[in-house]
Design a protein around this ligand. Structure first.
Ligand SMILES: [Zn+2]
Length: 422
């Protein structure tokens, strides 16, 4: 008999040691794929599950370096070839019996954070700290990947008593909300009757389950480049086209976008880099910005205003511009029917002692993109929180979680399968 609870912790700790940031999870994808195949899974990789047009915020230099690093860690060339330069995997289990298509989503990327050297930090004490300097699973996605793997193995072990199809998505690049769009657009989830996803810890302690977190914000992230023309600042500034001035004016106008009466909006220009030298009319400017909105409509309004401003500014300053979408998430609400399932299951899970109906998530999560996709194709989707105590806030070097949360999550997913697969 497989000890699923032991596997949960062991694999989480193995994954914790080699964290990889978004779109560079080659070793992680190989680790996941090899285990799944060993258990008898069909695993879809590369462009089978990634739509290139909807890949946001992927840096080819980082990708190339990560492929090299994965090779050095023993990943075979054949497997890397199969990935076609794109991380992430979808495991498919067809029971051969008529029934629902049930899908699950687990994210697998890390955060660019240095793990603490503090001797009291459990990964240091128990020898599973990150050996990838500057990178750390500081958001618990090591846990998510391990929960997904354990669930996959449990499904396979129990396939004779199950029906329909199961799809387990191991999603790259959740941080910066970059990865979900590519998987959703590939269509791999379009036949799903159900999609479930969760986050560990975050807004809930050990023993708690939050059934329907709200406030998953819509957001769009843009990189914008203005290009002008350089010129001698003393001799003939009139010959130049000032990209820095264009960008500064764009920022000021963006801050003045009229607020939307329909709900909350946010805008932030987080970086602005421009110019070449003191006596040169600056010919390039780069900015990284994001907008958010309470609903898709409001977010789209903000995004459209930003685009209008950039276009108008470019015209008035005689510069050209490029806008690249670097990430996106939509707002999302669980299907009510699934909320009932989640809370009914939570009542049966031994490690759960508090069931919270809802709570403000207050961030963006690109699960929303996949959830929406499933909902618009006639399926039902839900996202919940499995509580776990943490030693520090998410995205910090001292972050670690109470591994009881792994058990809670695994038991929740098992229970969900038992309820939806009757
Ligand atoms: Zn996270």
């Amino acid at each position: 008999m497989v000890d699923f609870y032991k596997q949960l912790v062991e694999q989480r700790r193995e994954l914790h040691q080699w964290p990889e940031e978004g779109w560079t999870e080659f070793w992680t994808t190989a680790y996941i794929t090899e285990h799944l195949r060993e258990w008898g899974y069909e695993v879809l990789l590369g462009l089978k599950v990634i739509d290139k047009e909807n890949v946001f915020g992927r840096n080819q230099e980082l990708v190339d370096a990560a492929i090299e690093a994965a090779k050095n860690r023993g990943v075979s060339q054949a497997l890397l070839d199969e990935m076609q330069g794109y991380t992430g995997a979808v495991a498919v289990l067809d029971t051969g019996k008529e029934g629902p298509v049930t899908a699950f989503r687990f994210d697998i990327d890390c955060v660019c954070v240095q793990e603490t050297d503090d001797a009291s930090h459990k990964p240091n004490q128990e020898g599973f700290r990150s050996v990838h300097d500057g990178y750390m699973h500081a958001c618990g996605h090591d846990c998510h990947a391990s929960i997904g793997l354990t669930l996959a193995r449990w499904l396979m072990e129990n396939k004779d008593s199950l029906k329909g199809k199961f799809k387990i998505v191991f999603q790259p690049a959740e941080e910066g909300v970059r990865g979900a769009s590519a998987i959703a657009a590939s269509g791999v989830l379009d036949d799903a009757d159900y999609l479930f996803g969760s986050h560990i810890s975050f807004m809930a302690d050990t023993g708690e389950v939050v059934v329907a977190p709200y406030g998953l914000l819509c957001t769009t992230k843009y990189d914008v480049t203005f290009r002008g023309a350089p010129a001698h600042a003393g001799k003939e500034p009139n010959a130049g086209r000032n990209a820095l001035a264009a960008a500064c004016n764009a920022v000021v106008q963006m801050m003045g976008i009229a607020r939307h009466g329909g709900g909350m909006t946010r805008i932030n220009v987080g970086t602005l880099r421009a110019g070449e030298g003191r006596n040169v009319i600056p010919c390039t400017a780069h900015m990284a910005l994001e907008v958010r909105g309470e609903t898709s409509e409001i977010n789209d309004y903000m995004a459209q205003q930003v685009k209008n401003i950039i276009e108008g500014i470019a015209k008035s300053f005689g510069v050209t511009y490029e806008i690249s979408t670097m990430g996106a998430a939509v707002d999302f609400l669980n299907d009510a029917e699934l909320n009932d399932i989640i809370s009914d299951v939570a009542k049966t899970v031994p490690t759960v002692n508090k069931i919270v109906a809802d709570g403000n998530f207050g961030g963006s999560e690109d699960y929303s993109i996949m959830g929406r996709r499933v909902q618009t194709h006639g399926g039902k989707a839900a996202f919940f929180i499995c509580g776990a105590d943490r030693t520090a806030g998410h995205h910090q070097g001292k972050f670690d979680i109470d591994e009881t949360g792994l058990t809670t999550a695994f038991d929740m997913y098992k229970g969900i399968v038992e309820k939806t697969n009757k």
